[in-house]
Design a binder for this molecule. Structure first.
Ligand code: PMP
Length: 452
């Protein structure tokens, strides 16, 4: 078999049996799959030996590169000892050590770790736990959730219900619980001359009014701190989180921070909430938690929430939620190795220089006639393309401009996967400054290709 037919052969076998996520499978009649055989650092290699720089950290999970030697070694060691055991009735060193470490790193007061095995499942846990908390405290009326427009919290029915991305949600609306949706502080929509901070404060008025009116029936507010990632990487100022924390306290409503995408350094601090100086009542973590190696998620909450479930068995107040792979030891050991890298390598400081480089590498795009905005929070840069900048006219979604950018980038050797008409860079932290410059050049070409 010659080299190039290897890619085609694996792709053909795939298309006979695999149904891919977030994909209209018919697209693959003309869009080739990329069969990846190995990864090393920021690079992914296909069957033909062609390489692609993983500019989106494989859906935002990878932090320290593919096949990272330190995480590999931790996993190998754990594999020799224990691959898995149920976490009901049993425990193991990796889950205990990981929980101790998370509690030490998170804003003070978040002390109890409940595990699941993916981001959506963590959101389900947080939603059920919040409702159940009020129920156990004799307040069954508090069963609704407040969420922001354009938010995304996952694809299972509860997570989909508290999200607001039409493309994923619309079809399933008849199956979903009713939520209260408040306009997002999304700073892309601010008036000219208005700062991110002013806009975020202004937009808080709607949240304040909603909480004042509905607090008696609201269990929790759920937000993605600072960046609505799947919602086209729209961003807002930390002041919104500070105001939200105060209002939730005032109105006796729980605050859920979904840091599944933004946690572990993406926004410039280890956790995005740190930038607002707040502590949520529940925080959801996943993705980067294991450095992008294995599925694992955790909801960390406070003593008061934990205490509301803690009673004699006969009272039936326990949180009986469970998943087979809860707290899997291999996943926990990958997470421990990941946190060890944060501790030993001063990652957050190095990332500051990388974030500055990302800014320089993409700055010129702001002058592009079909770029409405280049925005950045920490290690996330997003480029909003439009048909016409002066009038703000958007491209028709049917034109699938982002797909052109995707194909252009692939031809150059970079894996970028735009969200509609928004191209973004969210690379692994092991990227070199020169590779960032190169990604900036690819992004420019990709925008040209998308807008041509
Ligand atoms: N919340 C946020 C903020 C996310 O970005 C995602 C995934 N993109 C999820 C929840 C769901 O995580 P998962 O894909 O692991 O179910």
């Amino acid at each position: 078999m010659n080299v190039s037919s290897r890619n085609a052969s694996l792709a053909a076998r795939d298309l006979a049996v695999v149904w891919h996520p977030c994909t209209q499978m018919k697209d693959h009649e003309h869009l080739p799959l990329i069969p990846i055989v190995r990864g090393a650092g920021v690079w992914l290699y296909d069957c033909d030996g062609r390489r692609y720089l993983d500019g989106i950290s494989s859906w935002w999970v990878n932090l320290f590169g593919h096949a990272n030697p330190r995480i590999n070694a931790a996993l190998r060691g754990q594999l020799e000892r224990l691959e898995h055991v149920l976490l009901a009735g049993c425990t193991h060193e990796p889950v205990v050590a990981l929980s101790e470490r998370l509690v030490a790193l998170l804003p003070p007061g978040l002390t109890r770790c409940f595990y699941a095995d993916n981001g959506s499942a963590a959101v389900e846990v947080a939603v059920k736990m919040s409702y159940h908390y009020w129920l156990n405290r004799g307040q069954p009326r508090k069963r609704r959730f407040v969420t922001l427009s354009n938010s995304y919290h996952g694809e299972t029915l509860g997570a989909l219900a508290v999200g607001d991305v039409e493309l994923y949600k619309d079809v399933y609306r008849p199956l979903l619980m009713d939520v209260i949706t408040v306009p997002s502080p999304d700073c892309h929509l601010r008036e000219p001359g208005c700062s991110w901070e002013e806009h975020s404060v202004r937009m808080f008025a709607a949240m304040a009014a909603t909480l004042a009116r509905h607090a008696g029936e609201v269990a929790a507010v759920i937000v993605e701190p600072l960046v609505q990632c799947a919602g086209s990487m729209r961003m807002y100022h930390p002041v919104y989180l500070r105001l939200l924390r105060e209002a939730c306290d005032r109105h006796d409503v729980l605050l859920i921070a979904d840091e599944i995408a933004v946690g572990f350094g993406r926004t410039g601090t280890l956790f995005a909430c740190e930038q607002a100086g707040i502590r949520p009542d529940l925080i959801c973590l996943s993705k980067g938690l294991t450095g992008g190696y294995l599925p694992l998620s955790v909801v960390v909450t406070t003593e008061p929430v934990y205490a509301a479930f803690y009673d004699d068995y006969e009272k039936l107040t326990a949180f009986l939620h469970s998943h087979s792979y809860t707290g899997n030891p291999l996943a926990c050991s990958a997470a421990l190795a990941t946190l060890e890298i944060f501790a030993s390598d001063d990652v957050i400081t190095r990332n500051r220089a990388l974030a500055a480089r990302l800014q320089t590498a993409t700055a010129a795009l702001a002058d592009h006639p079909q770029v409405a905005e280049v925005r950045q929070t920490g290690m996330i840069v997003a480029i909003e393309t439009v048909r016409d900048r002066a009038s703000g006219t958007r491209f028709d979604w049917r034109e699938r401009r982002g797909l052109r950018a995707y194909q252009y980038a692939l031809d150059q050797g970079a894996l970028l996967r735009p969200l509609g008409n928004v191209l973004y860079l969210m690379p692994p932290y092991v990227i070199e400054p020169e590779q960032i410059d190169w990604l900036g050049t690819v992004a420019r070409g990709a925008v040209d290709a998308a807008c041509a």
